[in-house]
Design a protein around this ligand. Structure first.
Ligand SMILES: *[C@@H]1O[C@H](CO)[C@@H](O)[C@H](O)[C@H]1NC(C)=O
Ligand SMILES: *[C@@H]1O[C@H](CO)[C@@H](O)[C@H](O)[C@H]1NC(C)=O
Ligand SMILES: *[C@@H]1O[C@H](CO)[C@@H](O)[C@H](O)[C@H]1NC(C)=O
Ligand SMILES: *[C@@H]1O[C@H](CO)[C@@H](O)[C@H](O)[C@H]1NC(C)=O
Ligand SMILES: *[C@@H]1O[C@H](CO)[C@@H](O)[C@H](O)[C@H]1NC(C)=O
Ligand SMILES: *[C@@H]1O[C@H](CO)[C@@H](O)[C@H](O)[C@H]1NC(C)=O
Ligand SMILES: *[C@@H]1O[C@H](CO)[C@@H](O)[C@H](O)[C@H]1NC(C)=O
Length: 485
């Protein structure tokens, strides 16, 4: 598609915005195709510069950590003057971690590859997350993420399908050999922030989790391709964690752990922090996760998880479709979960709930802190080549309740288990489910085939619109802009 008729979802907006952005004064220098183009984003920026304006070298061996940080520091001055965008041109840009700023867009050209440095001195060690109390791999601190932001507003990380390569193998080896000093870094982590867009990128070989928005709201994650070897440890795709109003759509994920893992803190630390993940939309996801779940809820869910709506999901060769993971001592809740329109091909378990996940941060968890699991709705699904339809294991004395499964057809594998539904300490109903579910989910009859709820009113995050924006490189900025500072 020619760039000047770029379609960003709302065709009418495209036309209006293009009309508004056409009159451009030309620079003395002729602008090339990397100096001026249109792209899609929730907010546009008045100012733009290229990483090469700050001494960046895209040769794959020179460290660009200082260039990135210098660029962000310089461009942060324009937060109150229409914001700014940093363009990363074609090339291989080796870099350690750098921090983002508010009213800022990082844009990767389609032939730009950020290569994460394997030099540990390029990664600051930061405090553990307050809702986790310790690092996930080790006690104490954790390496800061490759692209990190905290206490920000209006941040966009996007590109024309440009690549961020975490070069995770050395981290995976250290993890396996028990040689990690601190918890491994993530590729992208945004904390205590609002109005975030992460889109149109390819993320490769993260050292650990890929995308981790935490303690944040109004988050859009769109059009990501996330790839890691299926045997790589903890390479979760997207982990919304204690976030409100999040929309994840059009992503393709192949990884060594859960494709989407919804979280909200760990045992006594998560209970004390008390920040749920809620109002989460997941749609049009394709996932391959042979050893983990397509969508996991937990296991860290101590701040609560509620109002999750997932639809149009394709799962291929994955361990389980939707999995709820919790344990005695977690506290918190997982409630009001709605999933519909899921196609599953080659699965161990279509549905899995685990009440004895264990995995505690330390021995100070409260054994009386029982999680509440209720109102879990699964409908309109087909699955083929499935080893066991469902393994639903609640907690003795703390049953998982309000489970509703309707209009689901599961075709078993040739080598299926003898017991195809195994339900303990769970309560609910079913309708139009083949093969016949366990007695704990009594069949309500074919008249109830649409019984499981899926809310029809949209969430606020669905009303956030993507616009067509224009980038124009201009560095240094003209005197009239600088004089305003
Ligand atoms: C990035 O932010 C973190 C957390 O605020 C801080 O510890 C670190 O020093 C910052 N890095 C730079 C290069 O400013
Ligand atoms: C970031 O926000 C959190 C929560 O509001 C606050 O506790 C923390 O002090 C802030 N950090 C900075 C560096 O402003
Ligand atoms: C982005 O790049 C990845 C990796 O090359 C590719 O698999 C994917 O199809 C691309 N996505 C788009 C939308 O072009
Ligand atoms: C980003 O991806 C979306 C699809 O998710 C597509 O509609 C849009 O055109 C893409 N934008 C760019 C700049 O590639
Ligand atoms: C049952 O689910 C299928 C998708 O698997 C859907 O096409 C169909 O419309 C659903 N039936 C009802 C009655 O909702
Ligand atoms: C069914 O699943 C098994 C693994 O459980 C796999 O080896 C086989 O190729 C699958 N068959 C089909 C038709 O996908
Ligand atoms: C069913 O699940 C329970 C609880 O996890 C387990 O103890 C039991 O062995 C399972 N039964 C079968 C036949 O898999």
């Amino acid at each position: 598609m020619p760039r000047n008729i770029l379609a960003c979802f709302q065709a009418i907006h495209v036309i209006l915005l293009l009309a508004a952005t056409i009159p451009l004064r030309l620079n003395a220098r002729q602008l090339g195709r990397h100096d001026k183009f249109d792209y899609c984003a929730v907010s546009c920026r008045a100012h733009g510069a290229s990483l090469t304006d700050f001494g960046g070298v895209g040769d794959g061996t020179t460290s660009n950590t200082k260039a990135f940080q210098a660029a962000v520091d310089y461009l942060s001055q324009f937060a109150a003057f229409g914001g700014s965008m940093l363009f990363v041109p074609p090339g291989k840009w080796l870099t350690g971690s750098f921090n983002l700023t508010s009213h800022f867009t990082l844009f990767l050209d389609k032939n730009a590859v950020l290569l994460a440095s394997q030099d540990e001195s390029e990664w600051a060690v930061i405090e553990p997350l307050p809702s986790y109390g310790r690092g996930r791999d080790t006690e104490g601190g954790r390496y800061i993420s490759l692209i990190f932001g905290t206490n920000l507003t209006d941040v966009i990380i996007t590109g024309d399908n440009g690549t961020i390569d975490g070069q995770g193998e050395s981290w995976w080896n250290k993890f396996h050999k028990g040689e990690l000093q601190y918890t491994r870094p993530y590729l992208i982590e945004i904390m205590f922030s609002e109005n975030i867009q992460i889109s149109n990128l390819t993320l490769l070989n993260s050292p650990s989790w890929n995308v981790h928005p935490i303690y944040s709201s109004n988050v859009i994650v769109q059009g990501l391709t996330i790839l890691a070897p299926v045997t790589s440890p903890n390479t979760d795709g997207i982990n919304p964690d204690s976030c409100t109003n999040t929309r994840i759509e059009d992503c393709y994920i192949v990884s060594g752990d859960d494709c989407i893992a919804v979280k909200s803190g760990w045992d006594e630390y998560g209970i004390a922090f008390g920040m749920p993940t809620k109002q989460l939309v997941i749609r049009r996801l394709t996932c391959i996760s042979p050893f983990s779940a397509v969508i996991a809820l937990g296991s860290e869910m101590s701040g609560g998880i509620e109002d999750v709506r997932a639809e149009d999901i394709l799962a291929i060769n994955s361990e389980s479709g939707v999995r709820i993971k919790t344990a005695v001592g977690r506290g918190g809740y997982v409630k009001d979960i709605y999933v519909r329109g899921m196609t599953m091909k080659t699965m161990k378990w279509a549905f899995w709930m685990t009440g004895n996940y264990g995995s505690h941060p330390d021995n100070n968890y409260d054994p009386n802190a029982l999680p509440v699991i209720q109102n879990i709705n699964y409908r309109d699904m087909v699955a083929e080549n499935v080893t066991m339809a469902a393994r639903l294991e609640g907690i003795p004395g703390d049953p998982f309740t309000g489970i509703c499964i309707s209009n689901v057809t599961i075709e078993l594998a040739k080598k299926a288990k003898k017991v195809i539904w195994n339900c303990t300490d769970v309560e609910g109903v079913s309708s139009g489910v083949v093969p016949q579910p366990c007695a704990a989910l009594p069949d309500q009859g074919s008249g109830y085939i649409t019984a499981c709820n899926f809310p029809e009113e949209s969430l606020a995050i669905d009303n956030v619109e993507i616009q067509t924006c224009s980038y124009r490189r201009k560095y240094p900025l003209s005197n009239d802009v600088v004089n305003h500072l």
